[in-house]
Design a binder for this molecule. Sequence first.
Ligand SMILES: [Zn+2]
Length: 410
Amino acid sequence: MLPVRINTAHLEKGFLSYLSGMLRFFRLSLLFISFSVQVQSQEPDFILGRSNGVLPYLEYGLGADRLGGAKMTYLDTGVLIKVIDSTVINYKVKLSANHLAYLPKTSFLRNDSLRAAPYYLSNSWKVYGDERYDYVVLSLEEKLPYRSIQQISPSRIVVEVFGVTNNTNWITQLSSAKEIKNVYHEQPEDDVFRIIIELKHPQHWGYRIYYDNRKLVIRVKRQPEFLQLQHMRVAVDAGHGGDNNGASGIKTKILEKNYTLLMAKELKQALLEEKASVLMTREKDTSYNMPDRILMLQQEDPDFLISIHLNSSSKDSIRGTSTYYRYIGFRPLSQFIYREMLKTGLPEFGNIGSFNFALSGPTEYPNCLVEVAFLSNKEDEQLIRDPAFHKEVARAIVAGIKAWLESCED
Ligand SMILES: [Zn+2]
């Protein structure tokens, strides 16, 4: 269970708007306390520090539904952060003259010895490849915040670096780069520098953004040379586990965590029959939190990820299957799987985009969340309890993956 907003959403919302009102009040008080010294001495009204800890991320705003505010980006550690305001759990961060974001307080390490320059210049770039990846490496004077988006038709990765003014007069491009077709840049605002990376293939296979000293690195995954499942390393994630039960069945109280695992194991089996290699996030009833799952997946860097959950709604009439993606470049995988899931006879709940599920957040590899059916609906629950249905779901997901891989051949 993850996506359904129907469940008690109205209650949470009422409470949250009260809470956010209170937060605004406290924020002002905190601001006064934190900044009174600086204000009195006419110092700049911000605090400098660096991103820190496990998986720091920026959010667009203070939106708070079940899965948290809309994420702007994961951020490397050590990135220069300019804090201008504060809520109970977040810092308000100034990215550039016109752009703000929010950073969890636990992801910020204050450093009073830092000084902010009025602007930072971009220097030369290098574009090249090694055995597995292409790289765009851009020299900067400081580790500055960034965000990225995926574009399709044509397929492009667009990275914006905040606080940077163009001084790039030299872009070396080596023939070892295989997936990157073109790179160029724009300066949409005086202090926002935009890097555009055109890909050769329509399908996005993922990328990672990080700093190597003060060099910003965008590591781009190539389309695999052979697109059959036997050449793929597939990550399979069984939702929940251990002390995290997920949802429970309306009639029999069966637990989501047990049935996601049964289906994930069937999927593993079906993938092994296709000679794929399979990486499971869990194979037992173990607790495994989201940041640790993400770190493991980023480390292992599979070709793509399938995450399995079971849905739940406060309305017991709601049923059906759904697939989810976060980034448009990863949508096709979720569409092909959705199409096959509908063939099992489950009614449609939707193919859902911009989804703020933690495991849809990484940009490193295509990923798809499958919410097989609803535990809160009697008919769906009965299917979920049926071992033959688990095999059917596994077959449908594999058929979706194969159709997707074939579509990438064009
Ligand atoms: Zn779930």
